[in-house]
Ligand binder design. Structure first.
Ligand code: G6P
Ligand code: MG
Length: 217
C-alpha cells in the first residue's frame, strides 16, 4: 500500500448532507419530488449531471434552455456555499485527521479525488490542505465518476501504481470508479449502497492505518 486516495464529500466531512439540503431546496422550488433514496444517485456526480437527473425525475428534461440550467445550478451552488461557509476544523469526520497523520508519518501518499469545484475551499476551511500530496483538478478531468479517470490521475500525480492504492468513497459511482482504476475500494456506508467495495465500514471512525493494512491485498 503506497497511497490512499480520498473522496471528500461524505468521507472527509459531512458535506454530502449539505449537497442533499441544497438540491432539496432547489427541487422544492421547482416542485420536483426529492428524497434521500433518490439523492444516493447524485453522490459523486457533477453539479450539471445532478441537475439533469433531478429535471429528468420531474419530467422536465427539455423544459429549460442551457442558460436556464446554468442559472439553476448556480442557485444550488449559492445555497451550498452558504452552508459550507461555516465549516471549521471541528467538522472533519471522526477518524480522518488521525488517519491522515498516520499516513503522513508512514510516508504513504495522500490524494483527493473529488468531483467538487468547492473541494479546495473545503479542505482549506477544515485546515487539511497540507496533508495532500495531490488534489486532482476536476476541471482537467474529462470523464466523471463512475469513470476511473479521477482516481487514476491521483495515482499518476503521486507517482504510484493503481494496484498499490486504496480509494475511500461513500458513493456507488465512486466505488465503481475505484474498482475501474484497479484499486482496493473502501466504502463508507451500508453494504447495499457500496456494491463492489472490497470492504465497507459503517462510519469513518472505523478507519485507521492498521485497519487498512490488515485488509489491503
Ligand atoms: C461531489 C459530490 C456531489 C457533487 C459534486 C460536485 O462529487 O458527491 O454531490 O454534486 O461533488 O460538487 P460541486 O461542489 O462542484 O457542485
Ligand atoms: Mg462522496
Amino acid at each position: 500500500m503506497k497511497a490512499v486516495i480520498f473522496d471528500l464529500d461524505g468521507v472527509i466531512t459531512d458535506t454530502a448532507e449539505y449537497h442533499f439540503q441544497a438540491w432539496g431546496s432547489l427541487a422544492a422550488t421547482l416542485g420536483i419530488p426529492f428524497d434521500r433514496e433518490f439523492n444516493e444517485q447524485l453522490k459523486g456526480i457533477s453539479r450539471s449531471e445532478s441537475l439533469d437527473k433531478i429535471l429528468a425525475r420531474g419530467d422536465r428534461s427539455s423544459a429549460y434552455s442551457a442558460d436556464d440550467k446554468q442559472e439553476l445550478a448556480a442557485q444550488k451552488n449559492t445555497e451550498y456555499q452558504r452552508l459550507i461557509s461555516a465549516l471549521t476544523p471541528a467538522d472533519v469526520l471522526p477518524g480522518i485527521r488521525p488517519l491522515l497523520t498516520e499516513l503522513r508519518e508512514a510516508r504513504i501518499g495522500i490524494a483527493l479525488a473529488s468531483a467538487s469545484k468547492n473541494a479546495a475551499f473545503i479542505l482549506d476551511r477544515l485546515e487539511l490542505t497540507h496533508y495532500f500530496g495531490s488534489v486532482v483538478d476536476v476541471t482537467a478531468i474529462r470523464h466523471g465518476k463512475p469513470d476511473p479517470e479521477i482516481f487514476l490521475t491521483g495515482a499518476v500525480n503521486l507517482g504510484v501504481q493503481p494496484a498499490d492504492c486504496i480509494g475511500i468513497e461513500d458513493a456507488q459511482a465512486g466505488i465503481q470508479a475505484i474498482k475501474g482504476a484497479g484499486m482496493f475500494a473502501v466504502g463508507v456506508g451500508t453494504p447495499s449502497q457500496m456494491q463492489g467495495a472490497d470492504i465497507v465500514v459503517a462510519t469513518t471512525a472505523e478507519l485507521s492505518l492498521r485497519m487498512l493494512e490488515a485488509h489491503f491485498i
